[in-house]
Every structure is written in structure tokens, then in C-alpha cells.
Design a protein. Structure first.
Ligand SMILES: [Zn+2]
Length: 254
């Protein structure tokens, strides 16, 4: 067990829970160490000085001691901000928690994956916080994060013959798009409509940092959600607690 003291890193508070009487375990997605759990002492004591930097959905620059295994420790935070809208809105909260849950399942404590993905997760949460449609931002992240789980669907052309001509359908068995000629190969293809396929293609190549606006019809939103739920259930098969909550919430909403 090695404790690396005086480490500076970017972080996003992803979850927290009470620990013992006055302490707290705070999970932070860091850009250098992946997801680490920090033991924060004396949270409920008067005069506790780290309160503002460990609020849910806080993000910014932190200083702390990182433990290779086991709990890490926080010293201070600098330039700490909070995704305010996400913090205040239970719906946005659920989407953000799900994105962080996916990131945690795929990245864990892998430093190089953390470095690669931190900016993108931060950008997704920033866009949701700024009022971009949370279900669409979540779908974009779902498509792009498939690679974290070893799923690399071919979305450029037919995965059998490389034909780039529409129409396409999506086949889990063939790992991506099928052109019309090859539809008979897979009776279990997802039978997606052209618009849904178009957005899956767009999302896989989209740079969130350059997203200015995006409008998707309600019907297509539903189809995208169904398609990605199917792909995640069948091909990824991980359990993200926030997903269940998100599903229940959407049932109430619609
Ligand atoms: Zn083909």
C-alpha cells in the first residue's frame, strides 16, 4: 500500500456517504487516478473547512494524498465549482449520476483511461448543466463509452460488405450496421428506423466540445433510448444503480 502525498488533480464529486459518526466517504472521479474514495474526517464537526469542496457534483482542482489501494485523503480544493442545475434538479441529477456510473464501471482506477475520458465526462455534465437535453447528451455518452466495455460497433458502413449506402439496420450479432442486402443474415437485427440509425452514426463521431445545439424529435428520442438500452443490456451487461432510478423516473414523467 503506497500513499502518494501532495498530489494535485482535477476531480468531480460523484457520490458520498456518511461514515462512522462524523465522517464521510466521498467518491471523486479524478483525471489522474480514475475513481478514488476519499476518507473525509469530521464533516459534521463545527468549523469543518472542506464542506464546500465535497458537495455533490462539485468539480475543480484538488490536492490530496492518493492511496494505491484503500482510502485516499483530501487536503484542499482550489477553483472549485458546482454543476448547480444538476445539483438542484432531481432529473438532471439522475442523468449525471448515470453518466458518472458508466464512467466508473468502465474506467475504475485506470490512470490512462481517466486521463482520456475526464474532459469528455466533464463536458457532458457541463452541457447538461447548461440546459442541453439530458437524454441526448446521455445517449451520446452511451454510444461513445461502448468502447470502454469492449464493444466497438461498426457504424460507418455495412459490417459485412463495407457498403456505405443507406438504408441500414443494426445487428448485434454482426457488431454494427447491415446494408439492406445483408438484412436476411440476421433475423434478430434491431429493426431501427433511418433516423435512429442516423443519430447513432452522428453520436459516435460527435465532438461534445463543438456541440452548439441539437434537436431530436420526441419519437426518435424514444427509439434511441430503446436501441441503446438493448445494446447495453445485451452487449455490455453491467448494472448501474442510477440507471434503474432513471428508468423509474421516466415512467413517472411520461
Ligand atoms: Zn452489406
Amino acid at each position: 500500500m503506497v500513499l502518494h502525498q501532495g498530489q494535485e488533480f482535477l476531480g468531480i464529486v460523484s457520490s458520498r456517504r456518511d461514515y462512522k459518526e462524523r465522517d464521510m466517504l466521498v467518491k471523486i472521479f479524478t483525471d489522474r487516478f480514475g475513481f478514488k474514495t476519499f476518507y473525509v474526517r469530521g464533516v459534521k464537526k463545527r468549523g469543518f473547512r472542506l464542506g464546500a469542496i465535497i458537495l455533490p457534483f462539485s468539480h475543480g482542482r484538488y490536492l490530496g494524498s492518493i492511496n494505491d489501494q484503500g482510502l485516499s485523503y483530501l487536503n484542499l480544493g482550489k477553483e472549485i465549482d458546482q454543476y448547480q442545475q444538476i445539483f438542484q434538479d432531481i432529473f438532471l441529477n439522475a442523468y449525471a449520476s448515470y453518466i458518472l456510473g458508466l464512467a466508473e464501471a468502465g474506467i475504475k482506477e485506470d490512470s490512462s483511461l481517466a486521463a482520456k475520458w475526464f474532459g469528455q465526462v466533464d463536458q457532458a455534465l457541463t452541457l447538461i448543466d447548461q440546459g442541453f437535453e439530458p437524454s441526448i447528451i446521455t445517449n451520446i455518452m452511451e454510444v461513445q463509452m461502448l468502447t470502454l466495455f469492449g464493444v466497438r460497433p461498426e457504424l460507418r458502413y455495412c459490417s459485412v460488405c463495407q457498403n456505405p449506402q443507406r438504408p441500414f439496420d443494426y445487428s448485434e450479432n454482426y457488431g454494427g450496421l447491415l446494408c439492406q442486402k445483408h438484412w436476411p443474415l440476421d433475423p434478430y437485427r434491431l429493426h431501427l428506423d433511418a433516423r435512429t440509425i442516423y443519430y447513432l452514426q452522428l453520436f459516435s463521431a460527435l465532438d461534445l466540445k463543438r456541440l452548439n445545439s441539437i434537436k431530436v424529435k420526441d419519437e426518435t428520442k424514444q427509439h434511441l433510448k430503446q436501441a441503446l438500452d438493448t445494446i447495453y443490456n445485451d452487449q455490455v451487461g453491467i448494472y448501474i444503480p442510477a440507471k434503474k432510478f432513471l428508468q423509474e423516473m421516466n415512467e413517472i414523467k411520461f
